[in-house]
Design a protein around this ligand. Structure first.
Ligand SMILES: [Zn+2]
Length: 147
């Protein structure tokens, strides 16, 4: 899989042409990622816990200021297998992209999935694999590994 990813990631770098600000809550969330901690936003008013964090609660529209650490292992809620690159050329090894969710948490993260293909299933347990060098970005998580 590793020999295939650089093709995908080169295109992904187009995102660098734009400048997004994460906002105060998003910044704290990314600082957590940099430390190897995945957090979710928690609304004080209705108790909704969701990821990725947003400054306003999607359920009650209250301003959200709190983040809570997610200690449980996430699970694979959905996935797709990519067989071709953006130019339509067949990849030597397919790339798996999945919806990573956490129990009791609304929303989820779309990210690369790796691991033994026999474990690839909806509901499979995952664990984040963080890069050794981090810069406070979602890409500080290299992928989620099937466990
Ligand atoms: Zn709320």
């Amino acid at each position: 899989m590793r020999d295939v990813k650089p093709q995908i990631r080169e295109i992904e770098m187009e995102i660098k042409a734009y400048h997004y600000t994460p906002g105060p809550l998003g910044l704290r969330w990314l600082e957590g990622i940099k430390k190897g901690i995945i957090m979710a936003a928690k609304c004080r008013k209705c108790g909704n816990i969701f990821i990725p964090p947003k400054i306003y609660c999607p359920k009650c529209f209250s301003e959200v200021e709190d983040l809570v650490e997610l200690r449980e292992k996430p699970y694979l809620a959905s996935y797709t297998i990519i067989y071709r690159d953006f130019n339509g050329e067949r990849l030597s090894t397919p790339v798996i992209v999945g919806l990573v969710r956490f129990k009791g948490v609304d929303g989820g993260l779309i990210h690369y999935i790796e691991g033994p293909v026999e474990k690839l299933a909806i509901g499979a347990s995952l664990e984040p694999v963080f890069r050794s060098e981090r810069r406070g970005s979602i890409t500080d998580i290299e992928h989620f590994r099937l466990v």
